[in-house]
Design a protein around this ligand. Structure first.
Ligand code: GLN
Length: 189
């Protein structure tokens, strides 16, 4: 994967761009449908999923992104980005939309409020080099995982990192750790 888009409507896009660039990818910020041209994959960052959903609609990005995802474009959703990829969103706003690419049900803010943000060392299936230091910020919980979804890591037996075909999703913020292994995993897909 060479050229990777990072959805940059709201939230934590900059550190994703830095991580992807450090790994040798050509990272571009996506704000308009034109920005999607030529990208091989898309990162959907953390932030506020209700706001990002609204901005996706306003910028005319919903249909073009949905089409690319349906065509099998690799995607990496982190925190709010995972919510945007999920089939079912619990405790969402009624007008909040998601792409439904990943067969999981997620509950927003299920680990607690902002003050309850936490870090956890995750044992990630197939990842060499020891635990991944994961930063959770008002994280969503994955409450249901469909048959085609592989769980790669869990906290207290709750899935927090999963993959379905070319789509990878984390309940946490991998771009906030100085550890590029999950971005590397995404680029290798
Ligand atoms: N709580 C946010 C939401 O529901 C997600 C938090 C995050 O991305 N850090 O959209």
């Amino acid at each position: 994967m060479h050229k990777v888009g990072v959805l940059a409507l709201q939230g934590a896009s900059r550190r994703h761009v830095e991580a992807l660039t450090a790994l040798g990818a050509h990272a571009v910020e996506v704000r308009t449908p034109q920005d999607l041209s030529g990208i091989d994959g898309l990162v959907l960052p953390g932030g506020e999923s209700t706001t990002i959903s609204k901005l996706i609609d306003l910028s005319g990005l919903f249909e073009p992104i949905a089409e690319r995802l349906a065509d099998g474009m690799p995607a990496f959703g982190t925190c709010a980005g995972m919510i945007l990829l999920a089939a079912d969103v619990l405790d969402g706003r009624p007008d909040q939309r998601s792409f439904g690419t990943l067969d999981i049900s997620v509950r927003r803010n299920a680990f607690g409020r902002q003050v309850d943000s936490f870090e956890a060392d995750l044992a990630v299936d197939g990842l060499r080099g020891g635990d991944f230091p994961a930063v959770f910020i008002r994280a969503p919980a994955i409450e249901r995982v469909g048959a085609g979804v592989e769980v790669l890591a869990a906290v207290d037996q709750r899935p927090v990192l999963c993959r379905q075909g070319p789509v990878l999703a984390a309940a946490f913020h991998p771009e906030l750790s100085d550890d590029l292994r999950l971005h590397q995993l995404f680029l290798e897909d």
